[in-house]
Design a protein around this ligand. Structure first.
Ligand code: BG6
Length: 485
């Protein structure tokens, strides 16, 4: 449940993440009455600015396309909840100023208990210092809760992740720490548990006996424009596969948890991830986009080092060694500067036994995370008429059509609300990170030339489906393009 007397402190309040995601999510929660009564929001960052400038920045991404008067007045109310303190991240005295500011707010609360939720919208270079300073200077000792929300990158490999986690742990307990992978807040990802475990018909198809191969695909139609310098240090595997797509994979493949409690769910996720060995080089295809269709190539970005071999596209196949999944390839694919924006899971079933039907389409179950959430099942049916011929058709659950009035929450709204309630189910536990890095670290070290020359990714033109080698890559793992697809 939500606690009264809560302050939400956004550190990095003048940065991009806060502006684009955190404040709009806080506003939407506020507008719908989901924030605690008496809530106050305090921004903290290095930039010196007055309240007007701060409010301008924090509301810049709040959408009100129809200029709705109700929304406009809610924005004004929201502004009144939010204040700003400028200060350094290294300086203990500056954090004392933040505490004075919070105590002044808290002095107006009716009862003593004070709750503080710290949201770190900050670059990794200051994570640890800020965690330390918050604990030493801003931790409330008045009997309320203290929680800290942090977000990737959680290190760059197994070793650096372990270092980061253990330094944060010196100050904040696991129970107080909420590690965001924002894919876990997406509506369709949250639906996976219900879809899998509340449907007996789906549950019984969910294994190597029925399934031939699975693809989890992330496509973005823009390049690293403006973020090239940051991206080059990380690459597409750390940006998308190791976290977002692996999270989807674990929920898709885990055994049924004993309950919906955070620990039961995360125990099952860790268990299935532990059955995945490190990725092999031979199971990996790397790509980098080049200029095309009037758009610049990755290496044309001035913030990217010349000759960078950083992959902006990767396809890689994971194997799960347990009785349910032995032998089923799970292909994770992600790329920037492709031909469309889409994130989906595509489960391709095996062929029907040959005999009466030949050359018919395989069944496929597609779970589209975005855009336009949908689940559809491709089935064969008899064409209507006086003869018997099978044609591919679809059973289609498109959210927009089925749930016409529903407003699908943004991932960050769902996650901030969970953190306020203290529910860890959709946050990443330390051992999930550990095992995720075990799977990806060797391939990343190979890509970064730690054991020899760096492999050169293959080129693909901006705005296309990806490297031309991709079709052969997925076919190698048994994926068969159905006629007409
Ligand atoms: C972030 C990545 O984690 O996820 C970005 O760092 C990427 O590179 C983003 O664009 C995608 O998120 P979404 O919610 O738009 O799919």
């Amino acid at each position: 449940e939500l606690k009264d007397n809560t302050i939400i402190i956004v550190l990095g309040a003048s940065g991009d993440l806060a502006k684009k995601k955190t404040y709009p999510a806080l506003f939407n929660l506020f507008r719908q009455g989901f924030l605690p009564r008496d809530v106050k929001i305090v921004g903290y960052a290095r930039t010196k600015m007055d309240e007007a400038e701060y409010h301008k920045r924090t509301t810049a991404y709040i959408k009100n396309p129809d200029e709705d008067a109700d929304v406009a007045s809610k924005i004004e109310e929201f502004k009144k909840l939010t204040t700003y303190v400028a200060g350094d991240y290294e300086d203990g005295a500056a954090f004392n100023k933040l505490t004075e500011h919070m105590e002044e707010i808290e002095s107006h609360y009716q009862h003593k208990e004070c709750n503080r939720l710290f949201y770190l919208a900050l670059p990794p270079s200051v994570f640890t210092t800020v965690c330390k300073n918050l604990k030493e200077h801003c931790y409330s000792s008045k009997g309320g809760i203290n929680r800290v929300i942090i977000e990737k990158p959680f290190g760059k490999d197994l070793e650096s992740c372990r270092e980061l986690l253990s330094s944060v742990k010196e100050y904040w307990t696991e129970d107080e720490t909420f590690r965001i992978d924002h894919y876990l807040g997406k509506e369709m990802v949250k639906n996976l548990l219900v879809f899998r475990f509340a449907n007996v018909s789906i549950g019984s198809l969910w294994d190597k006996n029925s399934i031939s191969n699975v693809q989890i695909t992330f496509k973005e139609p823009f390049g690293t424009e403006g973020r090239g310098g940051y991206f080059d240090e990380f690459g597409i595997i750390r940006d998308i596969l190791q976290n977002h797509l692996l999270q989807v994979l674990s929920i898709l493949t885990m055994e049924r948890p004993v309950s919906f409690s955070a620990e039961d769910i995360r125990d099952e996720k860790v268990k299935v991830l532990r059955a995945i060995p490190p990725i092999e080089q031979s199971d990996t295809l790397l790509g980098q986009y080049v200029a095309a269709n009037g758009k610049p190539g990755y290496l044309d970005d001035e913030s990217v080092p010349r000759n960078s071999t950083c992959p902006t596209f990767a396809a890689t196949t994971l194997w799960i060694h347990n009785p349910r999944w032995e032998g089923v390839p799970f292909i994770l694919k992600a790329g920037k500067a492709l031909n469309e924006a889409k994130v989906e899971v595509r489960i391709q079933f095996k062929d029907v036994t040959q005999g009466i039907f030949k050359d018919i389409s395989r069944n496929e179950l597609v779970i589209r995370l975005q855009p336009s959430e949908a689940i559809y099942l491709k089935l064969n049916a008899k064409t209507p008429g006086l003869y018997t011929r099978a044609v591919p058709t679809e059973m289609d659950l498109t959210y927009k059509r089925r749930f016409t009035d529903a407003k699908i929450p943004e991932a960050y709204e769902a996650l901030i609300l969970d953190a306020l309630k203290g529910d860890h189910s959709n946050f990443v536990r330390h051992d999930e990170l550990d095992v995720a890095w075990k799977i990806f670290t060797p391939i990343l070290h190979w890509i970064e030339g730690q054991n020899g020359a760096r492999p050169r990714p293959v080129n693909y033109p901006y705005g296309t489906r990806g490297p031309k080698e991709l079709d052969a890559f997925v076919e190698k793992y048994g994926f068969r393009r159905n006629p007409g697809d």
